[in-house]
Design a protein around this ligand. Structure first.
Ligand code: ADP
Length: 262
């Protein structure tokens, strides 16, 4: 069949990845990158071979979340070496390629789509059990292109917060996946209840359960809820993933529950 050399290259790259997980959200700031990073780290701690790809062209935050900001990938002849975070977790982010982390990226759709393809096919990922892809928020060019590049077996994890407005965005994300033809692995409700740093109990500031209710309504699996935990914010700022340092804390446990069905 008449496949172009580019198509053959992409197919070959994809055939080396067992499971493709695309983390999306209707909105920014709901913790999508935090969830994507911790899912990837948790899977690697469970012994899986994991790639973490950050295609959030407008706000690549994975390098900061993993304290990899100063890393520059080695670019060889037609291959880009991913940054090794541990012996079984490799990371690639547009953030590594920008001359300065403060530089904005002003690219048109086709260029962004080309970049996502390149990050899948030209990065020297090893044989992977999981490739976790952190997409920009919304249902625009990048999530669409990520799903189309990865193929119809790529599964979406949708991150939301419990507020009603965010839940409406999730509905859009679920419909988006349905239209593109990709399965939704499940919904994660983040910032669901507040963990008091003094007493350790969880207080519900917004209504919780919106994500779960929506999951029921749309027939999508509910993967779990993660509380608003000051430790998560700190771990993000300081660049150490919470599942690594606080495996048994409330949030670490919640994240580990989320990866079970994954
Ligand atoms: P997004 O990728 O959706 O834009 P981020 O993962 O960058 O969101 O998270 C936005 C901010 O919220 C970050 O400062 C992050 O540390 C913080 N954050 C995310 N999840 C939690 C949580 N469960 N508890 C406390 N802070 C959180």
């Amino acid at each position: 069949q008449g496949c172009s050399p580019e198509e053959i290259k992409l197919k070959k790259a994809l055939s080396r990845i067992k499971h493709k997980i695309v983390v999306i959200s209707g909105k920014g700031g709901v913790g999508k990158s935090t969830v994507a990073t911790n899912i990837a780290v948790a899977l690697s701690l469970a012994g899986k071979q994991v790639g973490l790809l950050d295609v959030d062209v407008h706000g690549p935050s994975i390098p900061r979340l993993l304290s990899l900001e100063d890393q520059k990938p080695h670019i060889g002849h037609e291959v880009i070496e991913p940054i090794s975070y541990s012996s079984n977790l490799w990371v690639m982010s547009l953030g590594f390629m920008l001359p300065s982390k403060d530089d904005p990226v002003i690219w048109r759709g086709p260029v962004k789509i080309g970049m996502i393809k390149q990050f899948v096919q030209d990065v020297a990922w090893n044989d992977l059990d999981f490739l976790v892809v952190d997409c920009p928020p919304g249902t625009g060019d990048e999530p669409l292109s990520a799903l189309q590049t990865l193929g119809s077996d790529a599964q979406a994890v949708i991150v939301t917060t419990p507020q009603g407005v965010a839940v409406d965005d999730v509905r859009r994300s679920v419909n988006f996946c349905k239209q593109v033809g990709n399965p939704v692995l499940g919904i994660v409700e983040n910032m669901s209840g507040f963990v008091c740093p003094d007493c350790g109990s969880v207080h519900n500031i917004f209504n919780t359960g919106g994500g779960e209710e929506l999951a029921r309504e749309t027939g999508v699996k509910f993967l779990g809820r993660i509380p608003l935990d000051p430790e998560v914010g700190r771990s993000g700022d300081e660049g150490y993933p919470i599942v690594r340092v606080d495996h048994d804390g409330i949030t670490g446990k919640a994240l580990n529950t989320i990866i079970k069905p994954i």
